[in-house]
Design a protein around this ligand. Structure first.
Ligand SMILES: NC(=O)c1ccc[n+]([C@@H]2O[C@H](COP(=O)([O-])OP(=O)(O)OC[C@H]3O[C@@H](n4cnc5c(N)ncnc54)[C@H](OP(=O)(O)O)[C@@H]3O)[C@@H](O)[C@H]2O)c1
Length: 334
């Protein structure tokens, strides 16, 4: 397959520090341009990253006919507006998580994607990591028995009022930034949607963002997911799967360095515990491979736009529950 030609919207930290260098290592991606609101700043980064073209506005980059696909790591409130513009310019889009500010906004992408015959993928890079593929393989093989519960944790400490995560009006807050991974991971493990959810949120009194959220997702038939996400908490991450015959523990389920060897602890019953080693890999390179191949129609997307809308729907319901202090029903079944 020929390398797909990519443009990058902004000099966002996640792009220039992690995703762009990782995609440059992909056999399927060529990063040909990067745009920033400030041309000098964009040029500084294209120089450092060895990218051929710099643009001083996102709109100019979208006019570039050489570009097939766009990576959108803008702040959350700009995900849908610039993804829509990219679709109109006939570009496929790999958009950072969470795809939108809410499920309705995410759903507005469906018609545009169909009309312009271009695809949108939400950049949950972890779904490309072999540790998650192995987790799913173990669950599907039946060795854990009936999977009853999952538990996720993702937390860090960031009190900088200038950081996009601490601005509620542009889609900040812990649930949007990292709680979305825990929601997505529970849906991934159960391969189902929760039928009702409840949440408790503690907000920062000055910045107004949710800084600590605990969520409980009822998947029906005795299946439960719980998670904690915090943005003024010491760094922590973990994910556990509990079955009636065994369990899995992912020590670094979300954030991992490409050179790190990860372990997946898998146990059956009380005594038999196996530590499986997962070889180092760059989950952002794997994500770039997958996105280029999907956009080139070489493979079908495993997680469609509809999946991203469903994830946002659960996040919306968790927020609604925290406001009302009640369970929010999403479907029949519990
Ligand atoms: N998948 C992952 O591992 C991962 C990790 C971190 C973050 N993310 C996601 O990536 C996105 C960006 O996160 P980040 O931490 O990289 O953000 P960031 O460093 O603050 O970058 C955001 C960029 O957006 C541009 N921008 C345009 N309008 C803006 C506005 N009104 N306010 C602030 N910036 C504006 C700026 O670039 P220019 O000035 O160059 O135009 C800015 O550098 C978020 O959606 C986040 O959830 C994903």
């Amino acid at each position: 397959m020929k390398k797909l030609k990519w443009g990058v919207l902004s000099t966002a930290n996640i792009g220039v520090a992690k995703v762009v260098p990782a995609m440059q290592r992909s056999a399927y991606c060529e990063i040909v341009a990067l745009a920033g609101r400030n041309l000098d700043h964009a040029r500084n980064w294209t120089g450092r990253l060895g990218i051929r073209k710099a643009y001083g506005s996102y709109a100019e980059l979208l006019e570039d006919e050489e570009i097939d696909a766009v990576y959108n790591p803008l702040p959350n409130h700009l995900h849908v507006p610039w993804t829509l513009k990219a679709l109109e310019a006939k570009k496929h889009v790999l958009c950072e998580k969470p795809l939108a500010l809410n499920a309705n906004e995410a759903a507005s992408l469906i018609a545009a994607s169909a009309k312009h015959e271009r695809l949108v993928l939400e950049a949950f890079m972890v779904r490309n990591h072999p540790q998650w593929l192995r987790t799913r393989e173990l669950i599907r093989s039946g060795v854990l028995g009936r999977v009853q519960a999952v538990q996720g944790v993702f937390a860090y400490c960031n009190t900088d009022p200038q950081n996009i995560r601490n601005k509620p009006d542009i889609g900040g807050g812990g649930l949007m930034d990292i709680g979305c991974y825990c929601v997505m991971a529970s849906r991934y493990v159960f391969a189902a949607e929760p039928c009702r959810v409840v949440a408790l949120i503690d907000r920062d009194p000055d910045m107004g963002i949710d800084r600590l959220t605990s969520g409980l997702l009822d998947y029906g038939s005795g299946r439960q997911a719980s998670f904690i996400c915090g943005t003024q908490t010491s760094f922590s991450q973990g994910f556990r799967v509990f079955g009636d015959q065994g369990g899995i523990q992912l020590v670094q389920p979300f954030k991992s360095l490409p050179e790190e060897t990860l372990s997946l602890i898998y146990h059956q019953g009380e005594n038999k515990q196996t530590e499986e080693i997962v070889s180092p890999c760059n989950q952002y390179t794997l994500q770039g491979d997958m996105a280029s191949r999907v956009f080139s129609r070489e493979i079908e997307p495993e997680f469609s736009l509809q999946d991203a809308i469903l994830n946002m729907r659960v996040i919306d319901a968790l927020r609604q529950s925290a406001e009302t202090g009640r369970w929010v029903q999403l479907a029949e079944g519990c």
